[in-house]
Design a protein around this ligand. Structure first.
Ligand SMILES: [Zn+2]
Length: 128
């Protein structure tokens, strides 16, 4: 099963919810590396999330020597899972957070949540 995410005329569309959380590969427009769609029910509970990751060569499992313009797959997945859990991009000025709009190249730092990311999760889910 593929993610319920479509690209048409360089625009991304989220399909209808199908009760399955799905992660998969698929080309994305522009410089996008990942995209997550999520759906809410009438009670404002998230009921489903699908994630599409671009299969291009910019995303890697291991950085090459003299790394330039490569992005860590695990960091990308952490960011997209943040969306699946309901986190949004923070406002400008928070570029070091995992949920920042732009993933830093050649860095593994976004593999884990920053303090602001963690505070967002705490706001959504409380302390556990
Ligand atoms: Zn994002």
């Amino acid at each position: 099963m593929k993610p319920n995410i479509f690209v048409r005329d360089r625009r991304i569309y989220c399909g209808r919810p199908n009760s399955r959380n799905t992660v998969g590969w698929g080309q994305l427009p522009g410089n996008l590396l990942g995209w997550t769609c999520y759906w809410w029910n009438a009670r404002q509970h998230m009921v489903e999330a699908d994630m599409r990751l671009d299969p291009g060569t910019r995303t890697v499992l291991r950085y090459p020597p003299n790394c330039r313009n490569k992005f860590d797959l695990q960091s990308l997945a952490t960011h997209e899972w943040g969306h699946a859990y309901g986190l949004l991009h923070p406002p400008r000025g928070h570029a070091r957070l995992t949920m920042a709009r732009l993933l830093p190249p050649c860095s593994k730092a976004p593999r884990t949540l920053g303090l602001g990311d963690w505070r967002g999760m705490r706001k959504l889910y409380g302390l556990r």
